[in-house]
Ligand binder design. Structure first.
Ligand SMILES: C[S@@+](CC[C@H](N)C(=O)[O-])C[C@H]1O[C@@H](n2cnc3c(N)ncnc32)[C@H](O)[C@@H]1O
Length: 323
């Protein structure tokens, strides 16, 4: 395996737990909604010779690398360059109405994060463009957001998606800085945030972490339609099939948790409502009452897995009404 092998660019998170949760030894067609570098797909394909995988990813470069990795499986796998929120439409167009299992390993890959030209990270000192698009065919980069939103819009975005308490101060500094010249590199933005926070001493986490997370979520619309994706994925599962979702931050985990709760027949109405109006119906059984988290041994090998949370549900037989 060479240093530039796709195997080295991203370590699949909670791989053993995911494969077990997907019940991959049963054999069948699996969907990898976030194909990335193909780590989870490879595990599924290796688990049983009759397994097939269709992968989705918005990142054409990651797909090209994953193809190198999975070439040896021939026609047992296929990757589609599109958003996983199109999963139902794309599969139905292919004549596929039911699959054995679906995995969504949400967020950004190490490959994206570690490639300076992609502009996801503040840790590169060279001039990394302030980009952050997972799909480079999309029009708006992080620089477009940073240089065009109003101060109030920037503050709201950084607060909502970064849960950053200093959001107003950061937005103010960004607007001051861009009045001199547009911010075009990750380093320029990181420096502005550091100056805005002016935290002394050693940082536990870099002061720009939350601002970068917020922009990444906004650029890639990461939180939009997640509950609809969960509903569509469950529609596509055969009875007994499993949906596995791995999240990496509290905002997306909360949405997935709520969506799975709703799909498992629990009311998600606000407590102040006198009766249930959310229209929940029991379509799945939750197999994780609390999310599973990576083992110590995985965290030692891959510290980036530390915030991972894995949730699983299993599709139930639909209830047939007799009257
Ligand atoms: C954490 S990585 C997945 C890594 C993969 N499981 C592996 O082991 O190589 C997440 C991937 O999901 C992709 N992604 C994120 N949001 C997406 C979306 N809405 N539709 C399709 N792909 C998406 C990203 O481009 C990234 O490649």
């Amino acid at each position: 395996m060479s240093l530039t092998s796709p195997h080295n660019l991203h370590l699949p998170v909670m791989l053993d737990e995911s494969l077990e949760a997907l019940n991959v030894t049963a054999g069948g067609l699996f969907i990898d909604a976030t194909f990335g570098l193909g780590g989870h797909s490879e595990g599924i394909l290796e688990a049983a010779p009759q397994n097939r995988v269709i992968g989705f990813d918005r990142d054409a470069e990651a797909i090209a690398l994953a193809y190198q990795r999975l070439n040896r499986f021939g026609e047992r796998f296929e990757a589609i360059h599109t958003d996983y929120r199109q999963i139902k439409k794309v599969l139905l167009e292919k004549g596929i109405g039911a699959v054995q299992g679906i995995i969504a390993d949400l967020g950004v890959s190490s490959y994206q994060f570690d490639t300076p030209e992609r502009g996801f990270s503040f840790r590169f000192t060279e001039d990394s463009p302030l980009d952050m698009r997972m799909d480079r065919t999309e029009p708006d980069t992080a620089a477009d957001f940073v240089n065009s939103l109003s101060e109030a819009e920037l503050a709201d975005l950084i607060f909502a998606y970064g849960e950053e308490r200093a959001a107003r101060r950061i937005a103010h500094r960004i607007v001051q800085a861009r009045a001199k010249a547009p911010l075009t590199t990750t380093k320029q933005l990181a420096d502005v945030v550091v100056a805005a926070i002016h935290q002394k001493g050693h940082w536990k986490i870099h002061p720009a972490t939350k601002t970068f997370q917020a922009l990444r979520i906004a650029v890639n619309h990461e939180l939009e339609e997640l509950p609809q994706f969960v509903a569509d994925a469950i529609d596509l599962l055969e009875v007994g099939g499993r949906l596995v979702v791995i999240t990496f931050h509290s905002l997306e985990d909360r949405l997935i948790k709520q969506a799975l709760k709703f799909q498992s027949g629990h009311c998600v109405c606000p407590p102040q409502l006198p009766d249930c109006r959310c229209g929940t119906a029991r379509r799945v059984e939750l197999l994780t009452s609390k999310p599973a988290q990576p083992r110590e041994s995985e965290l030692l090998a891959n510290p980036r897995a530390r915030s991972a949370k894995l949730r699983v549900c299993q599709k139930l037989q639909p209830v047939t009404r007799t009257c």
